[in-house]
Design a protein. Sequence first.
Length: 157
Amino acid sequence: MVKNYEMVFISPIGPIGINTYDEVINELKFDKKLKKIKPKNIFLKEVCKQLDSYFNKKLSIFDVPFKVSGTKYQAKILKEVARISYGNTITYSEIAKLNETHPRPVGNACRNNPIQLLVPCHRVVGINNIGGFSGEDIKENGDMMFIKRSLLKLEKK
């Protein structure tokens, strides 16, 4: 089943579905099944412009409002992830240590991230590998792992 989005941005590594509420992004997800949907308002046009700039290496920090949702724990972890700067990575273990928790729940919070890119879970890696992405394990080597590898490569300094 294909989810409905207000706008679908076609990035060089796949379509990105975007939903908003009161000019705040509450969902931004990669989904290869989506077809382009043009922005319908000024806010979504700005989102589109910033995504385009990001993929053309002209933007390293998004300047659009977004809302982190999920459990209190997930929101706490995702706020920590949102602080990881462009071109940098941090391990699940390091985030777990900062938050006095275990790496697995950190991974689960990242897996359930509703606003990929804006909360850059692709920058969270394993100690010995790049980790998973959006529920896909590194061993699966599917679409989501392709996206994670591509994003890390794009941001490489």
